[in-house]
Design a protein around this ligand. Structure first.
Ligand SMILES: *[C@@H]1O[C@H](CO)[C@@H](O)[C@H](O)[C@H]1NC(C)=O
Ligand SMILES: *[C@@H]1O[C@H](CO)[C@@H](O)[C@H](O)[C@H]1NC(C)=O
Ligand SMILES: *[C@@H]1O[C@H](CO)[C@@H](O)[C@H](O)[C@H]1NC(C)=O
Ligand SMILES: *[C@@H]1O[C@H](CO)[C@@H](O)[C@H](O)[C@H]1NC(C)=O
Length: 232
């Protein structure tokens, strides 16, 4: 599950967030994400994704994706009948998807972590051989058909009255992070490993040092250039 000792936003986490933000922004360029072309052809007519997309006039089908208005987040993804044994690269671009179809594929196993960040997912159809992402407890309704399984209504794993009830360390708050997955975010001014440190992150100090180093380097470079210029 997603919680090996919660930590506050350290500098590395910020860099990571920036990169993830950029990735999400790229993913936001909806229909142009490689995941929409991961399998040839359009979304299958009659798939849950195509029906969902037709039922919402603001959405449109692009390749295997159903995308929202520009910047076009991926709202639906139909990768049915794609001969997939593994999920395509670019699958995380669909983390804002509400409906996903992976049926009629020789998929063997999908790690639960593949759905990290898929907090809006409300319906996913899979080959019958696969369990629902995050386990059956992560969903409200599970229906099986001849050769597929549909998992609907993602449960909130942070709901303390539900069976999933996930415990975050003291000083941290539970936040859903996909089917059966949670994030423990440090509360208030706590930060660091398991949110055990209190006080604001010394951001000023960090940027102060960064600024001082940059200034020194530029002054050095400027000095060197000037000396070179004088000598010539
Ligand atoms: C897909 O289905 C819709 C209605 O369900 C129909 O209007 C449309 O012609 C179909 N398209 C194709 C390519 O079969
Ligand atoms: C699956 O795809 C193949 C071609 O890739 C096609 O011939 C076949 O009709 C498709 N099956 C279904 C059920 O859509
Ligand atoms: C996903 O998580 C559930 C619940 O914790 C577990 O039962 C299942 O084995 C996990 N599946 C995989 C593929 O790791
Ligand atoms: C929390 O779980 C309970 C029992 O499963 C359910 O009745 C309730 O609607 C859930 N609340 C939220 C906010 O998901």
């Amino acid at each position: 599950m997603g919680c090996p000792g919660a930590s506050g936003p350290g500098p590395r986490a910020w860099v990571l967030r920036l990169l993830l933000g950029l990735a999400a922004w790229r993913g936001g360029a909806g229909g142009r994400s490689p995941v929409c072309g991961c399998c040839p052809g359009p979304a299958r007519n009659g798939s849950s994704v195509a029906s969902y997309c037709r039922a919402h006039p603001a959405l449109e089908l692009r390749g295997r994706c159903c995308v929202g208005p520009e910047p076009g987040a991926i709202v639906g993804l139909d990768l049915g009948n794609c001969s997939l044994t593994l999920l395509c690269a670019g699958f995380p671009d669909a983390s804002a998807a509400v409906v996903i179809d992976l049926t009629e594929n020789p998929l063997e196993n999908i790690p639960n972590a593949s759905f990290q960040g898929f907090t809006r997912l409300q319906s996913i159809s899979l080959p019958l051989a696969l369990e629902c992402p995050g386990g059956s407890m992560a969903w409200d309704r599970i229906t099986t058909h001849r050769d597929s399984r549909t998992c609907q209504g993602q449960r909130n794993p942070c709901n303390s009255s539900g069976e999933l009830a996930w415990l975050c360390p003291e000083n941290s708050l539970c936040s859903p992070d996909g089917p059966g997955l949670v994030q423990c975010l440090c509360a208030g001014s706590y930060h660091g490993y398991k949110c055990l440190r209190e006080g604001t992150f010394p951001m000023l100090l960090f940027y102060g040092i960064l600024g001082a180093v940059t200034t020194t380097l530029s002054l050095l470079a400027w000095g060197t250039q000037r000396r070179k210029a004088k000598a010539s």
